[in-house]
Write a protein of this length. Structure first.
Length: 411
């Protein structure tokens, strides 16, 4: 959120504002970009990093790319920009081109970037324009994380009230299907008063979680960027949803398909209430928080995630890639008889599968349970996701790779 937005808000009335807080984008070169030179990935990645920086005007706005000693976790090479004081990184792993290149904006970096861009070019920029600029045919691009936030100014309830109502089951958080959506809940309490509530799991495998926190207190206690303006509000509560994994990839396509940037805020509102809608169990009505968000939102296709039991298919593919002996078999055939023999072998295996393979009962049971969930996903996107996870899991981190960064580093 920019200071301009806050300055235009009526400090005495209720107001809601939705936005993107932070984001991470992954760019993976396709086979045409890499060609027959995967061994030259380090050079190619450096060239692509400069192209990416130029495409979204990072060089024009913040100066020279500067190599960092410490990289984001899992990556070996990382760049920042000489005039960017917050956490903005372009990074890649020199030994694994399948991991691609990441562009990671912290909340403060994204806000400063948007302000600098509008000041320099005289027009606004947000995630819609960033994704449009990076959507190219010679690489595959998707979000790996995006945080949507809804800021509630001068609404009557406090974070502690919400937490107590959730604990006492007076309030409940449901998704768009009406299903309860807070099986895991925790809170940061100071003097028995909740300051931050977390709904859902922060673990890597989760596709989303919600944080509800007292933004007013955060700004005043930490002397934040908006502290002087924040003190003029009676209350400022933020609902912040982090989308990752399958949800983040689906959001990439949905955002790119929006007719214009003007639809983005309504789209964000839709996605927050789709997964996290706060209702009053006594009245069976939406709380003022969710009612305000719902009335502002637009209609958009829902986000769909496969259940944990579908990990069996992912594990089978990972086993084929690493431990099954399939690739060593291909290597032996290639070394003895050449590449044409490998092609013959693969064609013969496909023939045997189509005409002679008989699935056992375990396969039929698994398909009956899991096929309906998986069929809604685009197979190529699903496969790319599985292979990306494989390379991230099996990539040796640089000794200088950053561990979980603290709050200060993440700004």
């Amino acid at each position: 959120m920019t200071n301009d937005i806050l300055q235009n808000i009526d400090f005495t009335s209720r107001h809601i504002h939705v936005d993107v807080d932070e984001l991470t984008i992954v760019i993976q070169p396709n086979e045409e970009t890499i060609g027959e030179y995967p061994g030259h990935w380090s050079q190619i990645a450096n060239e692509l990093s400069a192209i990416i920086a130029e495409k979204i005007s990072l060089l024009s706005l913040f100066g020279t790319m500067t190599k960092e000693q410490i990289s984001p976790q899992g990556y070996t090479t990382s760049y920042s920009f000489e005039n960017m004081p917050y956490f903005l990184r372009i990074a890649f792993h020199e030994g694994h081109f399948k991991m691609g290149i990441i562009i990671k904006f912290s909340a403060s970096a994204l806000s400063l970037y948007q302000q600098a861009y509008e000041h320099f070019y005289g027009k606004p920029i947000g995630v819609y324009e960033i994704l449009k600029k990076l959507d190219e045919p010679y690489w595959n691009m998707h979000l790996s994380r995006i945080d949507f936030c809804a800021d509630y100014f001068n609404f009557p309830l406090s974070v502690s009230d919400i937490y107590n109502n959730l604990k006492s089951e007076k309030f409940e958080i449901i998704n768009y299907k009406g299903n309860r959506n807070h099986t895991k809940m925790s809170a940061l309490e100071i003097d028995t008063e909740a300051k931050t509530i977390t709904i859902g799991s922060r673990k890597k495998g989760s596709n989303s979680f919600l944080k509800i926190y007292d933004k007013l207190t955060e700004q005043l206690e930490n002397i934040g960027r908006y502290a002087q303006l924040a003190q003029q509000f009676q209350s400022w509560v933020r609902f912040e949803v982090t989308f990752r994994g399958q949800y983040a990839k689906q959001l990439t396509k949905l955002i790119l398909s929006l007719p214009s940037r003007d639809m983005l805020q309504q789209f964000i509102a839709n996605k927050i209430v789709e997964k996290y809608c706060l209702i009053d169990m006594e009245t069976r009505q939406l709380t003022e928080y969710s009612e305000a968000l719902l009335s502002f939102s637009t209609i958009a296709p829902p986000l769909v995630a496969t259940s944990p039991r579908n990990n069996q298919l992912m594990q089978s593919i990972h086993y084929t890639l690493k431990g099954s002996g399939f690739f060593p078999m291909l290597e032996k055939v290639k070394k003895i008889w050449g590449i044409p023999a490998v092609t013959i072998l693969l064609k013969r295996l496909l023939f045997e599968y189509e005409y002679n393979y008989k699935p056992n009962e375990d396969v039929n049971i698994w398909l009956k349970k899991n096929a309906p969930e998986l069929q809604v996903l685009e197979f190529e996107t699903y496969l790319d996701s599985i292979i990306e996870i494989f390379y991230i899991k099996n990539a040796p981190s640089s000794p200088k790779s950053a561990k979980k960064s603290g709050r200060k580093n993440a700004e």
